[in-house]
Design a protein around this ligand. Structure first.
Ligand SMILES: NC(=O)c1ccc[n+]([C@@H]2O[C@H](COP(=O)([O-])OP(=O)(O)OC[C@H]3O[C@@H](n4cnc5c(N)ncnc54)[C@H](OP(=O)(O)O)[C@@H]3O)[C@@H](O)[C@H]2O)c1
Length: 271
């Protein structure tokens, strides 16, 4: 076994949606370190996209390409796919990471907060994967499949106390959609999986960014996630090492989902 090849992304072409900041930027850093030939990143805000592009091109010249657009808009999605298709004849790894959240009290929860979150987190994830299918199919072989990695959330694996109704439902949908897509895509040598992140500092998770110690109290590991944690998981799934992991969602959360016992746990069995 050649360990240098097992986790390598040497020569791979990847696309990370929402790669301009937060978790997407952490994944970008990891994919470049793992040897990707090129990483395309997308976001709506051109300035932030250009900043991230420039930041990483300084260390990895010409390897990061930003494509601006709103993935929840059908025309933007089509334009993005057209642009990528004009530049590349294959796509080895697609990371569906762009996401949005909305919180509002149950009685006041607005339809806009439902549609915005579902449109981006679920609908555009599906239709982008569908539109990029020809490029993914062109990249995948039986011996080295192409990869689709969906960024779900631990909020799709268990309920939490926040009133983010559409977000929690959207992420549960991503977990299930990952299984259904995996069943279809494996027929064309494309492996689909998901990652369920816990708490990572970002614009979406301001609590983890502004008060990491506070967030850490609710995490068995007692710290928030960092780039190595999430990138390590994505590199595993994207590389040869993860080829046989199909349809699975891996929580990378410091134990919130699988190793959390509340301090005041009252054993209903009476022990
Ligand atoms: N951070 C966490 O603790 C955490 C935990 C669990 C799951 N997640 C998931 O991880 C993913 C990334 O979240 P994050 O925390 O890194 O959030 P973030 O800092 O808000 O980053 C979101 C990224 O998506 C882009 N984006 C947002 N709306 C878009 C749209 N309509 N079209 C295209 N791009 C869009 C943003 O750029 P623009 O604003 O410029 O478009 C940005 O690059 C999300 O799917 C989120 O649900 C995060």
């Amino acid at each position: 076994m050649d360990f240098t090849k097992l986790f390598s992304l040497e020569g791979k072409i990847a696309l990370i949606t929402g790669g301009s900041r937060g978790i997407g930027k952490m994944l970008l850093e990891g994919f470049l370190a793992a040897g990707c030939e090129k990483v395309y990143i997308t976001a709506r805000k051109r300035e932030q996209l250009a900043e991230t592009e420039a930041e990483f091109n300084a260390a990895y010249p010409g390897k990061v390409i930003g494509l601006a657009g709103d993935l929840s808009q059908r025309d933007d999605l089509a334009a993005l796919v057209k642009e990528l298709s004009s530049r590349e004849s294959r796509l080895d790894v697609l990371v569906n990471n762009a996401g949005a959240a909305w919180g509002a009290e149950f009685g006041q929860f607005p339809e806009a907060g439902w549609d915005k979150v579902m449109d981006l987190n679920v609908k555009s994830l599906f239709f982008l994967t569908q539109a990029l299918f020809p490029l993914l199919k062109a990249a995948g072989t039986f011996d080295r499949p192409a990869k689709v990695i969906n960024i779900a959330s631990i909020d799709g694996l268990r309920p939490n106390p926040w009133e983010t109704y559409s977000y929690q439902a959207s992420k549960a949908a991503v977990v299930h959609l990952t299984k259904r897509l995996a069943a279809r895509l494996i027929k064309d040598n494309i492996v689909c999986t998901a990652i369920a992140p816990g708490a990572y500092p970002s614009e979406m998770n301001k609590a983890a960014a502004k008060n990491p110690e506070g967030s850490a109290r609710g995490i068995p590991y007692k710290r928030v996630g960092v780039a190595e944690d999430i990138a390590g998981g994505a590199i595993y799934l994207a590389s040869r090492a993860g080829d046989y992991v199909v349809g699975t969602t891996i929580p990378i959360d410091g134990g919130i989902v699988n190793a959390w016992i509340p301090e005041d746990f009252n054993d209903p069995s009476g022990h």
